[in-house]
Design a protein. Sequence first.
Length: 122
Amino acid sequence: MISHPYLHELFKACLLYDAEEVARMLCSYYPSWKLVNEWNIISVQQEFIAHKAFPEEDGPKFRKGDVVWLLAKVNVQGYLQKVAILHEVKTGNFDINQIFQKYKYYAVRSGCVAGGRTFLWI
C-alpha cells in the first residue's frame, strides 16, 4: 500500500472541501445506502474532537477524527433527525479492528460512535 502524509491530507481535503460532491458520488455508486441518499449534509468539520462517553473506560479523554459530516433529515412524523459520520482517513497498512476499538467509547454531538448515531467510516 502507498502511505504518505500528503496522500492522507489529500483524502482529508476531499472529504472536507468537496463533501457534497463526495456524497453525490457515493449516491451514484451505492444507490441502496440510505445514509447518503436520504440524509443531507448540514455541516462539515475538520479534526472534530470526540469525547469519552463512558469515563470509566481506559484511554484518553478526547480523540480527534479527521473529518466529521453532520447530516439531517425530517422523518415521517415531521421531526428533525441528526446523525454524524466520523471519517478516519488511513493510508498504508492498518488494522481496522484497532481503529474501531480506538473509537469504541467515544461520542460526538449526535451520539456514540459504537452503537449510537455516529458512524465511523475508514
